[in-house]
Design a protein around this ligand. Structure first.
Ligand code: FAD
Length: 393
């Protein structure tokens, strides 16, 4: 086993850190979506680690993607969503399941952040249960017509391109789902921002879809195979979400070590008190365990091996670790944890998402337990995707 990052991965980590110090930290307090910042991140290649060079990437791999995503999230977890929307769940799904025209038109533009992406699973009546999606697609021959509503869509208000999951026949459940690339510059795409607790750099929308049109070529995978597209996209998305959670853990640890060293009570720095040391020790342990598990999932993906089970275990644990680390950081900071002066309250607000997004903690538990109990194997042979880009010369 080699636990060391290679030179390329270390260089990318440094690049992300330098970028964050210069571009993210000065604007952190604003807690708002910043299009120019996203453009710079794309220009620097922060979203391209897992993409081949022909698709605007650096072909560095999923482990490199995880390292960059974790580093950015250590500074602002609100930017973590970009590592799915400009990488894993949007352009990567397009590259993996789309036809040549889709790959050419959308992938590079998203990876470079020249255009923005979003991914639309969730609906008012379909959250964890994706097979319950009600948004309806009708095949009109040369194009598709989509009607319905989506909610909780990250970047739904700002995205240029969306992957919309919809059904051609609800009675077929999983087997009726389709994944279709939609361009949002049409009147039927009607997003409204909804306020939320944290992750403020990443706006969320509910979206009405009224006679939204997509050309036939924009179908990802086959008609009725949208569930497979969704599952592979979510597996990859969990690499980013797990990495983001590790980033928050590290941020909480950094802040807590600094505060415990500086804050004096009863005539001594609070680091001298065993109960404070206990929290620091737990934060180190949870952070490092989560990081190792997430990186194992990313590494397996780099080897072309199944990783559904491992990344579910990692995402579940990293989400729990993030919430605990944020709570412990609040505790170590006493009243200052509750203050808006320090970023600890932001870590606390941002951390909770990691138990919800890309499959809730319960959905991860189900997947892990069903696998362990022999009820449903999580890791199946790698899906053969149509016109696999890895086979292209
Ligand atoms: C900040 C943020 C960003 C998001 N971004 C996106 C996005 O870009 N695109 C998108 O499509 N969605 C997005 N989501 C939505 C997210 O994916 C859903 O919130 C998530 O899938 C859970 O769905 P739900 O909220 O409807 O909860 P529900 O599915 O209604 O679950 C409610 C509770 O019941 C539990 N539960 C449900 N089913 C089971 C079961 N079978 N067994 C045990 N427990 C169960 C859940 O674990 C949870 O605790 C985002 C959410 C947030 C908070």
């Amino acid at each position: 086993m080699d636990f060391d990052l290679n030179e390329e991965q270390l260089a990318m980590e440094r690049m992300a850190r330098n970028f964050a110090e210069k571009e993210i930290i000065p604007n952190l307090k604003k807690e708002e979506f910043n299009r120019e910042l996203v453009r710079k991140m794309g220009e620097l290649g922060l979203f391209g680690s897992a993409f081949p060079e022909g698709m605007g990437g650096s072909a560095s791999g999923f482990l490199a993607h995880s390292v960059v995503c974790e580093t950015i999230s250590t500074y602002d977890s609100g930017l973590r969503a970009l590592f799915n929307l400009q990488a894993m769940t949007v352009p990567y799904a397009m590259m993996e399941w789309g036809c040549e025209a889709v790959r050419k038109k959308y992938v590079k533009a998203l990876v470079s952040a020249e255009k923005l992406g979003c991914t639309c699973f969730s609906e008012p009546n379909a959250g964890s249960d994706i097979a319950a999606i009600e948004t309806k697609v009708v095949d009109k021959g040369d194009h598709f017509l989509i009607n319905g509503s989506k909610t909780w869509i990250s970047h739904g208000t700002v995205a240029d391109y969306a992957v919309v999951y919809c059904t051609h026949d609800r009675s077929l459940k999983h087997n009726g789902l389709c994944a279709i690339v939609v361009e949002t510059n049409q009147p039927g795409w009607q997003p409204h921002e909804i306020p939320k607790l944290g992750d403020k750099a990443s706006p969320i929308a509910e979206i009405g879809l009224e006679d939204v049109v997509a050309p036939r070529a924009n179908l990802l995978g086959e008609w009725g195979s949208g569930f497979k597209v969704a599952m592979t996209a979510l597996d990859r998305g969990r690499i980013s979400v797990g990495s983001g959670a590790v980033g928050i853990c590290q941020a909480c640890l950094n802040a807590s070590v600094k505060y415990a060293n500086e804050r004096v009570q009863f005539g001594r720095p609070i680091r001298d008190y065993q109960m404070v040391k206990h929290l620091i020790a737990d934060m180190v342990t949870y952070t490092e365990t989560a990081r190792l598990m997430v990186r194992r999932g990313a590494w397996l993906n780099d080897q072309g091996r199944p990783f559904t089970r491992e990344i579910a275990v990692a995402k579940y644990f990293a989400g729990e670790a993030a919430v605990r680390a944020a709570g412990w950081a609040m505790e170590i900071h006493g009243g200052m944890g509750y203050s808006l002066e320090l970023p600890v309250e932001k870590y606390y607000r941002d951390s909770k998402l990691y138990q919800v997004g890309e499959g809730t903690a319960n959905i991860m538990r189900l997947l892990i337990a069903d696998d362990a109990l022999g009820l449903k194997k999580a890791n199946r042979p790698r899906l053969k995707v149509p016109g696999d880009f890895r086979d292209l010369s």
